[in-house]
Design a protein around this ligand. Structure first.
Ligand code: GLC
Length: 556
């Protein structure tokens, strides 16, 4: 077995990766949806922001039932977003600017419009075509009941019954997510071979890595057993479709493919698993990188955050894998809103948890906390992920009209969970009130005309209006990322906790760098320390509440 490359010096150990949700990033062709050319037009902006890599959400042909996470063809580009040639040019141009490029791979399920699934529907039960997915006979006298009691993540049963070619109700197929997202059968070598080909297809086009969607899925427990109905057992038992041992075999095979390419190619796992299980994905011969959702799940609370950081570092020790800190992505409520409302479990979605009591929402405090959180994240050892719009201080949009909601969660939860659209609203590039706040090149489009409507106040966060204000969220992010590059103690390495009282989280990094997050009443800047950066303006010599400062402590 070839040895895996050493992880000691790989670029992702301390990279800051910017997540682009393509549909909402920038619309160059004027159809109200973001596209590849839109991203290209913003490369200078990303360069100036100071990020090291881009991760782009699925841009493959897709009927968009789950906005690209239902892939119809893994080796092409969605026509609404552009062409393969344009995608190749984007990868090249990002590289010319020194920006790495990560694509999203969705191996747990495809779209029901994928050729393989259509072939499966048009073939007989038991055929090789059906065997690429998970088809089963139903229970009950006439097969009228689902094969087991599994529930879909978006709500409702995880099984859907098909009509066979003879017009009769027939087999059921498994879909852990939307009905339009049938789960692949990873016990079938053909499925494995296909994904290895997909990885090579994109590696050949120069991508530096992959974000692996639902990396804890794919393998299901043998026999597809029912889930326990005992509420106590439910709390401790692993679901028979998550985090099964067999997934690791897949990643060992993928690691070999990644390592067979020149340069350092990576993969980052989207694995919603327990902090104790996560290290398994990070083994040197597997993915070696994973989002830290334990951190993302934390509410804005000194103790909770410190606990998560300590736990992360402990769990990673000895593995050699870097931590990857993240507070935002396209699936969770934006941190501005979450931190202000004291919401935890950013990954769980119910109306109450996502939107809390919106009446009490204080945008100024939310932005202040989110910026402080970002500067905490950028000071921690390891890599970090930033989700588009986070650098503008965008809050969640909590009042998208119900008839405009598009997330499959909305329908599948029987209209009890509005889903994730609120963090996916097209970006405001311009403060201008007319049009789509700079999102689309099409001046005819109003802020109601893009694929998701923008609220009237969206322009307040416009990127252009943040340019000249040195205290804007955008400039706070830029300065933090610039310092991160030049300050030798930041990025990879170790941290040392410093006790500064009950309301302050403080740690030092190599050299004389100190990161201090003040959760309590304003405090004085420590004597003799030089302030390198602050997430909110200081009040004279005082560090306000909910503010992170980066300091250089002078040696005595
Ligand atoms: C992941 C994606 C999410 C998607 C789901 C199904 O969790 O981040 O957006 O809906 O997988 O593919």
């Amino acid at each position: 077995m070839p040895m895996s490359k050493s992880q000691e010096s790989v670029w992702w150990r301390d990279a800051v990766t910017y997540q682009i949700y393509i549909r909402s990033f920038a619309d160059a062709n004027g159809d109200g949806k973001g596209d590849v050319e839109g991203i290209r037009s913003k490369l200078p902006y990303l360069k100036k922001l100071g990020i090291d890599a881009i991760w782009i959400t699925p841009w493959y042909p897709s009927p968009q039932n789950d906005h690209g996470y239902d892939v119809a063809d893994y080796m092409n580009i969605e026509p609404d977003y552009g062409t393969l040639e344009q995608a190749e040019q984007l990868i090249r141009e990002a590289h010319e600017l020194g920006i790495r490029f990560i694509v999203d791979i969705v191996p747990n399920h495809s779209s029901d419009q994928h050729r393989w699934f259509q072939d499966a529907l048009n073939s007989e039960p038991g055929s090789p075509e059906r065997n690429r997915y998970i088809f089963r006979e139903g229970k009950g006298e006439h097969g009228e009941l689902p094969p087991n009691n599994w529930q879909a993540v978006f709500g409702g049963p995880a099984w859907h019954r098909i009509t066979e070619s003879n017009g009769e109700a027939g087999q059921w197929y498994l879909h852990l997510f939307a009905v339009e997202q049938p789960d692949f059968n990873w016990e079938n070598p053909e499925v494995r071979a296909h994904f290895e080909e997909v990885l090579k297809f994109w590696l050949d086009r120069g991508v530096d890595g992959f974000r692996i969607d639902v990396a804890h899925g794919m393998i299901k427990e043998q026999g597809l057993p029912d889930i326990t109905t005992d509420p106590e057992l439910l709390k401790v038992q692993k679901m028979p479709y998550w985090d099964q041992d067999g997934v690791h075999e897949i990643y060992r095979a993928w690691r070999k493919i990644l390592d067979s390419y020149p340069g350092d190619r990576m993969a980052v796992a989207e694995a919603w698993v327990s902090p104790t299980s996560l290290p398994l994905y990070l083994r040197n011969d597997e993915l070696a990188n994973s989002f830290n959702f334990d951190f993302l799940d934390s509410k804005w609370d000194r103790k909770v955050l410190k606990k998560s950081i300590v736990r992360t570092i402990k769990n990673l020790s000895g593995l050699g894998a870097p931590a990857s800190w993240v507070f935002n992505n396209h699936d969770v409520t934006r941190s501005v809103t979450r931190f202000d409302l004291g919401l935890k479990g950013g990954g769980v979605s119910t109306i109450k948890q996502r939107f809390g009591n919106t009446k009490k929402f204080n945008a100024e405090r939310g932005v202040r906390r989110a910026r402080a959180g970002a500067m905490l994240m950028f000071a921690l050892p390891g890599g970090a992920y930033v989700y588009q719009g986070e650098e503008l201080g965008l809050p969640e949009v909590t009042n998208i009209p119900q008839d405009r909601l598009t997330d499959p969660r909305w329908k599948m939860s029987e209209y009890t969970d509005p889903g994730r659209d609120g963090c996916r609203v097209p970006l405001p590039w311009a403060a201008a009130e007319a049009g789509s706040h700079g999102f689309s090149t099409n001046a005819e489009l109003s802020d109601q005309d893009s694929w998701l409507p923008q609220p009237a106040w969206w322009g307040k966060y416009g990127a252009d209006s943040q340019e000249s204000d040195e205290n804007s969220t955008l400039n706070i992010y830029r300065k933090a990322l610039a310092i991160r590059k030049t300050e030798s103690g930041l990025g990879d390495g170790k941290l040392k906790w410093v006790d500064m009282g009950k309301e302050v989280l403080a740690f030092s990094r190599a050299g004389d760098f100190l990161c201090l997050v003040n959760f309590g009443d304003p405090i004085k800047v420590p004597k003799g320390a030089e302030v390198l950066h602050s997430s909110s303006p200081l009040d004279g010599k005082k560090i306000p509440t909910d503010t992170t400062v980066w300091l250089r402590t002078k040696s005595k």
